[in-house]
Design a protein around this ligand. Structure first.
Ligand SMILES: NC(=O)c1ccc[n+]([C@@H]2O[C@H](COP(=O)([O-])OP(=O)(O)OC[C@H]3O[C@@H](n4cnc5c(N)ncnc54)[C@H](OP(=O)(O)O)[C@@H]3O)[C@@H](O)[C@H]2O)c1
Length: 283
């Protein structure tokens, strides 16, 4: 079986490619930077260079002889890239496409509508698919690192609301099983971490991991927006984040599923383990 990973230099795609390599496979990757792919995977992958904004023949070449595609796309217009990849995959005779999507497709919050349109495009292509409806990633907590390092505090507009962040390794594990077994064709897999936690509880967990007290300070939506614009720039992405944080505060994203256990056979990784693995980022 030959697999192509699109988004292989990113948080989840790199983990999927690594899992395929560890299993003894030699995946292909479609990347904007061959240098970055080489640094990550050495000579263990077949590298195809191209840009999904203007894929041209590079994408068709990358899809030749491929059985399954793992697809990561992002941004308000991600459906355009989902359409380009899934239709090219269908033309190339690819048998299965696994798309990293979001739990918010079900709620319509934040990036949910972007991915809903992407899923529609994949369905229209006719290629067999699995959608990963993932909860927020634990790695989002890295955006708190500067404030925790400098001031020992996490500032957020999420109030006492809870969310069950998922470890990126669990997202990758579920994606890899779906890609390599075909057991989940036609399904949307809802995957979350093991427990819902408030941001205050996550701050305290990071504090335990670094051996220092880390506080939680509630801020308004307006303050959250202004603070996030400083590092992400104004635009629909920041609006989506503020939308998500409001939904957390209002208890609309407090969902825990057994999706990870159902697909991988093991319990999802707790936030405390993620915090211990990433303690150095907060010190
Ligand atoms: N963060 C969350 O809490 C969360 C929760 C649920 C779902 N999601 C979804 O997860 C996805 C993000 O996954 P991630 O964290 O793994 O993303 P990431 O780390 O930002 O990686 C994105 C990947 O896509 C590649 N890429 C971007 N534009 C490209 C283009 N035009 N052509 C080819 N490749 C391109 C990037 O390549 P370069 O290295 O060249 O930049 C990189 O490999 C999004 O769809 C998001 O909505 C996120």
């Amino acid at each position: 079986m030959k697999h192509l990973v699109i988004g292989a230099t990113g948080n989840i795609g790199a983990r999927v490619a690594q899992r395929l390599i560890v299993s003894g496979a030699r995946p292909s990757v479609f990347v904007r930077s061959a240098k970055r792919a080489k640094a990550l995977f050495g000579n263990h992958v077949d590298i195809h260079t191209g840009d999904l904004e203007n894929p041209g023949p590079a994408l068709d070449t990358a899809l030749l002889g491929v059985d399954g595609v793992f697809l990561v796309t992002d941004g308000p217009d991600l459906a355009k890239r989902d359409r380009a990849v899934s239709f090219a995959a269908s033309r190339a005779g690819v048998r299965h496409l696994v798309k990293l999507s979001t739990l918010d497709v079900r709620t319509g919050i934040g990036t949910g509508p972007w991915h809903a349109r992407g899923e529609d495009a994949v369905r229209e292509s006719g290629v067999a698919f699995t959608f990963i409806h993932a909860a927020g990633f634990m790695s989002n907590a890295l955006s708190w690192s500067e404030s925790i390092r400098r001031a020992g505090v996490l500032r957020s507009s999420t109030g006492g609301g809870k969310i069950a962040f998922i470890h990126p390794d669990d997202v990758a594990a579920v994606a890899t099983v779906s890609l390599t077994t075909r057991d989940y064709d036609g399904q949307s897999l809802v995957v979350t971490g093991p427990e819902s936690l408030s941001y205050g509880e996550m701050a305290a967990t990071i504090g335990r991991a670094i051996g220092k007290s880390v506080g939680f300070e509630e801020i308004s939506d307006r303050q959250a927006h202004a603070g996030t614009v400083q590092w992400a720039g104004a635009g629909p992405y920041v609006d989506a984040l503020v939308d998500i944080w409001r939904a957390v505060r209002e208890g609309r994203l407090d969902t825990v599923t057994d999706g990870v256990k159902w697909v991988t056979g093991r319990e999802p990784i707790p936030f405390g383990q993620w915090a211990a693995e990433n303690a150095v980022s907060f010190q």
